[in-house]
Design a protein around this ligand. Structure first.
Ligand SMILES: [Zn+2]
Length: 493
């Protein structure tokens, strides 16, 4: 907050003052010109600082522009800029980690200033001044020092230790091979769309692949994680091989799913409805119904809490069709009806689950082996594409200096890489292998009596009758005495 204050005075339409003065643009005039297109996307990459964080670097500024246009907001929209800032921070994992775990305002402030903004002035005075601004926000908004925090020596608020409510386990198995994932449209979740598959097959392996050792293999090759499919949910709920009902996350929650189809008034996918499928069975087994709905309720409650989604934006396919936002299907209302229930019942349970609280545990099912890690070089943001070539669309970007997992050296020019929840292809010429640090030298305890210099390695061959050795180890009668100079005495008692 201190850094944003210093950069822009917390005014999202702020044009960097020296350029405003030199060019004659006012904040309002410049903003309006960018919004109405008189000042074009290319001109907007003018290098002049703009907005909350005074974005000036050409690619970050271009991305801000695209982000605003995609959302249909003004370039000066506060919420849009905050969301963009948050998305950018996701590309700076180490800065984000510091922010989430910082023990002082200064620590957090320095991380943002030195590793995120990276200004020319990196002096101690500047760092201290920024942190001082941040401290004011902390003092005003972070509340009183915790009274009930014995043991927190630095006055840091304690983490809540009481886990409330239910535990939701989410198995994460992103559909990297689906066209939907490769298109990779990111959007802010604004609702939850609940579907069921309409086919009698409660097994997750029908839709989710490859096998993680829990769901089993789909031998028919008709799962949803493959090219050419036109349906892709954000998650699937069904049975693992042993009959356990589980949730599998197949797309990052903020990635647009392909699920609703369109209605007369629009398309729920495009409006930001996060969607999941519940695998149907023959619709007569109450125990499976209860278990599947229980997971669906937990997942919906989690998404609503996470993204601030209200109950009126929790809709099933049938309701979305009524609203003109989806194709004509009856799920999941037809299934609920078999047991005399409605979506109102579903929403009521979601509401109550939110009040009781939810803890989420993720299980990563992606066993992709990491060949090595590599640092992004070249001074700009590196595209992560849906395939190994510039003709493939960009599904994300990695910041200069950030570190990626290299999963595969696809060919001389391209590598398959992973950053956070993104997997795709990047050009190898901009990747510099990070050599793993040498493992720490094992500590050799000093010998107080002889003070011998440490030896690099000792190879010792014991030639004892096998049963004598076994007895010696069992009875503990093997004594090794290394303290008599350069010779070790080994006694078998
Ligand atoms: Zn549906």
């Amino acid at each position: 907050m201190g850094n944003l204050q210093a950069e822009s005075g917390l005014r999202p339409n702020n044009l960097e003052n020296k350029y405003a003065d030199a060019s004659g643009w006012t904040d309002e005039g410049y903003t309006a010109a960018v919004d109405n297109g008189a000042y074009t996307r290319e001109m907007f990459q003018d290098g002049w600082g703009y907005g909350l964080a005074q974005w000036s670097y050409w690619s970050r500024k271009r991305d801000l522009y695209d982000y605003a246009k995609k959302r249909g907001t003004s370039i000066a929209d506060l919420d849009m800029q905050l969301e963009y800032l948050w998305a950018e921070l996701g590309q700076y994992q180490s800065v984000l980690n510091t922010l989430l775990n910082a023990r002082s305002v200064r620590e957090a402030s320095d991380a943002v200033l030195l590793d995120f903004e990276k200004p020319a002035n990196r002096s101690e005075e500047n760092c201290a001044a920024r942190a001082k601004l941040g401290q004011k926000f902390f003092d005003e908004f972070a509340g009183d020092p915790p009274e009930a925090a014995p043991g927190s020596a630095e006055g840091r608020p304690p983490f809540p230790t009481k886990t409330t409510g239910r535990v939701l386990t989410v198995y994460r198995r992103f559909f990297y091979d689906s066209d939907c994932y490769k298109q990779g449209t990111r959007q802010t979740p604004s609702g939850v769309q609940v579907h069921s598959t309409g086919a009698n097959n409660p097994w997750l392996r029908r839709y989710v692949q490859p096998d993680d050792g829990r769901i089993g293999k789909n031998v028919n090759g008709n799962d949803h994680n493959r090219p050419g499919g036109n349906v892709c949910a954000g998650a699937y709920i069904g049975k693992q091989s042993d009959g356990t009902v589980a949730v599998y996350e197949s797309l990052p929650w903020d990635m647009r799913c392909w699920l609703s189809g369109s209605g007369d008034n629009g398309n729920a996918n495009r409006l930001g409805y996060v969607g999941f499928e519940i695998c149907e069975d023959a619709l007569t087994d109450r125990a499976y119904f209860d278990a599947a709905m229980d997971q669906a309720v937990l997942l919906t409650a989690y998404l609503c809490r996470e993204y601030g989604i209200g109950m009126d934006a929790v809709r099933d396919h049938a309701e979305l069709h009524e609203m003109g936002l989806a194709s004509n299907h009856g799920d999941i209302t037809h299934w609920l009806g078999k047991f005399g229930l409605t979506m109102a019942w579903f929403r009521d349970r979601v509401q109550r689950t939110m009040e009781e609280g939810i803890t989420v545990e993720y299980v990563d099912c992606d066993e992709a082996t990491v060949l090595y890690q590599a640092r992004v070089t070249g001074g700009g943001r590196l595209n992560i594409r849906s395939g190994p070539g510039t003709r493939y669309s960009s599904i994300g970007q990695a910041a200069d200096g950030s570190v990626l997992d290299v999963l595969e050296e696809t060919n001389a020019d391209w590598a398959r890489v992973r950053q956070g929840d993104l997997v795709g292809y990047s050009m190898r010429m901009y990747l510099e292998k990070v050599e793993p640090e040498d493992p720490a030298e094992p500590e050799i305890p000093e010998d107080p009596e002889t003070d011998l210099p440490p030896v690099d390695a000792v190879k010792l061959t014991l030639k004892l009758p096998a049963d004598a050795l076994r007895r010696a180890l069992e009875t503990g009668n093997l004594v090794i005495d290394c303290r008599s100079g350069s010779v070790a005495n080994i006694d078998y008692l």
